[in-house]
Design a protein around this ligand. Sequence first.
Ligand code: MN
Length: 254
Amino acid sequence: MSSEKPFILVSNDDGIYSNGIKALAEVAAEFGEVMIVAPDRQQSAVGHAVTIETPLRANATKVAGKFDGLAVNGTPADCVKLAHDQLLKGRKPDLVLSGVNHGSNAGINILYSGTVSAATEGTVLGYPSIAVSCTDYDESADLTGTMEAARRVIKFVLDNKPPKGVTFNVNAPSGDYKGIKWARMADSRYVEEYEARKDPFNRPYYWLTGKFELLDDSNDADIYLLNQGYAAVTPIQYDLTDYSLLKDIAEKEL
Ligand code: MN
């Protein structure tokens, strides 16, 4: 860490008024100066969506009564892009944090997660970035262990400049945890079960009630470790190329 205080941008997908973002801002403040730019409402599972057809506005607010915040009527990725391009007025964050999300972002959840996408957008823009989630969906979940996991990974990322293109995805159980381990993303999926209903005009509508299916129980996978009571940290990348397959098929003609 340099002698100058790091400047830390904090975002999330549960909205700027969630408990999780307050917890993460508290941890961030132990390391440096905090600025919060986050959605003005719940934006879970919007993935990496960006707003293109409506104007974005950023309204000043205070988070936990002490952190400067800007509430944006957009997605998590919008928040980080807008912060970088306009709202930080040319200041470059030393770190982008997203979370604490209320709910797991392990396994396939990574793909749907607005929390992870805010951090990934930070990575795309060239900043070291960390997404932090607690497996407990309850807004009043005990985030003590998740905050400690975040503290450790923030320290690691500030001390060891991570390679370009990598985002750190942190998940922890509520309450205390057994330990913190490096992990890979568990193979998993949702068995998409929509409930078909009828509205008062007898038109059908559908409600997503998908069940989570774990396809991978190896002991280095994030969900396995979380189920054992550990916090899990997965380095992820936005370059989705399958390099091993590309190497093999590059010799084949199209
Ligand atoms: Mn969320």
